[in-house]
Design a protein around this ligand. Structure first.
Ligand SMILES: [Mg+2]
Length: 355
């Protein structure tokens, strides 16, 4: 049984701005675009005072202004937020556990059997250390898997610490809105509501046949599993050194598979070149997508035949694209090969299998 911790900074960009402009503390504050509410940008983060006016991330700045003309609007300062993000991630590494960085302000930590104390001790300690080092608060969720840990960290925001033990997962999830699990965005949620499914409890008890008819068998089953808090996914520890990768940030966020395919073409050629230089064959291809809200997801596939050729690498990458949710535009795409064997190992192992 695993114990997974999810940490999510509270109103991250806004909290950083409040820290360096103490006079703004307590005033409604919106960070987005170039900070001018008369331009086309959207809200990146609203502080809690601004959220009282119904302002939330991804809302057009103009709309935010309409709801609260007395709000303070500030431009996004990525350099500063990345610096704070690195500080936060450094604190996480002090704990010596496997870490998956999910976005600029959130991460998973596998604290299973950690010698540092009970899950609660670790959660508290981590929040304290982050506060010491960055001056910012974070919310922590601890649960048997990533899916539930992420839901948990959101339940008592800001400055929360929520622990959901294995035996209480179903009952804690049941009353929550069905869009609380990942993969259920606005579109999917609207389809669920049409079927009379509003909460995760409704979804957990939904009829398999009806779900399959609406979403297809696999997606239907997977939705139901999520509603029950089932998730076996491993932490994806970022881009370990035993891999080769390329990534690119789009000038403009895109939702077009064709644009991503174009990127994959040159990335796969580049990877082929680097694999061949080292006499490596790769078994695993991983695709990483970062969405416009900085959520980052990866999906991996292990190929039947290890390869150094760009064709199969690209094909595997394209195949993986179907495993991502496509409800938000993508700002960055990455392609990685890993799980290497050398050319020689390949010939020995195929010989061995002949005998
Ligand atoms: Mg956050």
């Amino acid at each position: 049984m695993r114990t997974i911790l999810h940490i999510d900074m509270d109103a991250f960009f806004a909290a950083i701005e409040e820290l360096r402009h103490p006079e703004l503390k307590g005033r409604p504050l919106v960070i987005g675009g170039n900070g001018d509410p008369n331009t086309r940008g959207v809200v990146s983060t609203a502080n809690y005072a601004a959220r009282e006016f119904g302002i939330h991330s991804a809302m057009p700045l103009r709309e935010a202004y309409r709801r609260c003309p007395s709000c303070v609007f500030l431009p996004v300062d990525y350099a500063e937020y990345s610096r704070a993000s690195r500080e936060m991630m450094e604190v996480l590494r002090e704990f010596g556990c496997a870490i998956e960085e999910v976005g600029i302000d959130e991460a998973f930590m596998d604290i299973t059997d950690s010698p540092l104390g009970t899950p609660e001790d670790i959660g508290r300690k981590l929040k304290e250390r982050i506060k010491e080092k960055t001056g910012l608060t974070a919310s922590v969720g601890i649960a048997p898997n990533k899916l539930v840990a992420k839901i948990a960290s959101d339940l008592e925001k800001p400055d929360g610490l929520t622990i959901i033990p294995e035996g209480r997962v179903r009952e804690r999830l049941a009353p929550l809105k069905a869009d609380r699990v990942w993969g259920v965005g606005e579109v999917t949620y609207a389809r669920l509501v049409k079927m009379g499914i509003k909460t995760l409890g409704d979804l957990a008890h939904a009829d398999d046949g009806k779900l399959a008819a609406e979403f297809g068998e696999n997606w239907g089953r997977s939705l139901k599993e999520r509603a029950c808090g089932i998730d076996d996914s491993e932490l994806v520890t970022e881009w370990e050194p035993k891999s080769l990768s390329r990534e690119t940030t789009f000038e403009r966020d895109t939702a077009k598979v064709l644009e991503i395919k174009k990127e994959f073409e040159w990335m796969a050629l580049d990877l082929e070149h680097r694999l061949k230089k080292r006499n490596f064959l790769a078994r695993t291809v991983t695709v990483k997508l970062r969405y416009n809200d900085f959520t980052t997801l990866t999906r991996a596939k292990t190929m039947e035949r290890p390869t150094a050729e760009h064709e199969p690498i690209m094909r595997a990458g394209l195949g993986l694209l179907h495993k991502f949710p496509w409800e938000r535009p993508v700002r960055l795409v990455g392609l990685r090969v890993s799980n290497f064997i050398t050319d020689e190992q390949q010939s020995t192992s195929s010989e061995a299998s002949l005998f």
